[in-house]
Ligand binder design. Structure first.
Ligand code: URA
Length: 150
């Protein structure tokens, strides 16, 4: 309730890599675009440092609307959005799905797609103990992406 824009996702429809986050925050709600706020800028910057271009990825969230006061999505909200995500996965048919944070782990698992879990960028950005781990995870992701491309 109270969200201004749905944030379905963005990126090439033939992307090899799909990112799934939790749900949009305030800036995403304003713009209708995923991961454009502080956590998104941080994510985009770390990806770029490891040679991963944001514009090559399909970026979405498990829940497509912002929540009141940015609370975590409830399980019924996740359940309501899962069919949409399922359709996105089957249309885009990525080789790798990157799950950003705990909520994204509820993304449907499809045989043949590789799933790669990373810390949510908003936690990585805020807590030094997660920062290094996040960087190591993105470094590993970039190696896996290089393997699918060659
Ligand atoms: N956090 C998310 O999980 N998704 C967004 O789109 C923005 C912030």
């Amino acid at each position: 309730m109270g969200a201004k824009h749905g944030v379905p996702g963005e990126g090439p429809l033939d992307a090899d890599v799909m990112l799934v986050g939790q749900n949009p925050g305030a800036e995403e709600d304003e713009t209708g675009r995923p991961f454009v706020g502080r956590a998104g800028k941080y994510l985009t910057g770390v990806l770029a440092e490891y040679g991963i271009k944001r514009e090559d990825l399909y970026i979405t969230n498990i829940v497509k609307h912002a929540s009141p006061k940015n609370r975590k999505p409830y399980s019924d909200e996740i359940a309501a959005c899962l069919p949409y995500l399922e359709t996105q996965i089957s249309l885009i048919n990525p080789k790798i799905i990157v799950l950003l944070g705990a909520a994204a782990k509820q993304t449907p698992h499809v045989t043949g797609i590789e799933y790669f879990e990373v810390i949510h960028p908003s936690a990585a950005m805020r807590f030094p103990k997660f920062k290094e781990k996040f960087r190591l995870q993105i470094a590993e992701l970039s190696k896996q992406i290089a393997q699918i491309e060659f």
